[in-house]
Design a protein. Structure first.
Length: 146
C-alpha cells in the first residue's frame, strides 16, 4: 500500500468516526437525503450554516429562502471562495455540484433558477450542515441577579 493510500484510508476512518452513517453517505460519498426530511429544510432560525465536516462558514440565514424543493436553499454563499463548484454528470444529468472549499465535503448542487439578486439556488443537504444560531456566541446573562 502506498503512503497516499494509507493516509486516505486513515482519513476516511476519521470521517466515519466523526459523522453519523447518513452524514458520511451525504458528505463523503456524494449522497442526497430525501426531500423534506432534513433538519434545516424549513427552519427559520437566524445564524450561520457551517460545514458539518470542518466547521467552515458556508451560508448566512439571511440568504436562505423557501424554494419549495424540500432542501435548504440559499441564493449565495457567505463569502466568495467558500464553495467549490464542479461538473456532476451522474444519473444521466449534467449539474453543478457544490463542495466545501476547505475540506471537499459534498453539500449539494447549485441551479440557475434562484431569486434576485443572484438568480442562483444553492440546494444543500441538511446532513452536510450545522447551524450556529446568531446568538450562540453571545454570553448568557444571569437573570437571577437582576
Amino acid at each position: 500500500m502506498t503512503e497516499k493510500a494509507a493516509n486516505d484510508d486513515a482519513q476516511e476512518e476519521q470521517w466515519r468516526s466523526k459523522l453519523s452513517p447518513e452524514e458520511y453517505r451525504v458528505c463523503r460519498q456524494c449522497g442526497t437525503e430525501p426531500a423534506f426530511s432534513g433538519e434545516y429544510w424549513d427552519t427559520k432560525t437566524q445564524g450561520v450554516y457551517q460545514c458539518k465536516c470542518c466547521g467552515e462558514p458556508l451560508f448566512n440565514s439571511a440568504t436562505k429562502y423557501d424554494s419549495g424543493s424540500g432542501w435548504p436553499s440559499f441564493y449565495e454563499p457567505v463569502a466568495a471562495g467558500a464553495i467549490e463548484e464542479t461538473v456532476d454528470k451522474s444519473y444521466g444529468m449534467v449539474r453543478t455540484e457544490i463542495r466545501c472549499q476547505k475540506c471537499g465535503s459534498h453539500l449539494g448542487h447549485v441551479f440557475p433558477d434562484g431569486p434576485r439578486p443572484t438568480g442562483l439556488r444553492y440546494c444543500v443537504n441538511s446532513a452536510s450542515l450545522n447551524l450556529l444560531p446568531q446568538d450562540a456566541g453571545e454570553p448568557q446573562r444571569d437573570s437571577s441577579s437582576e
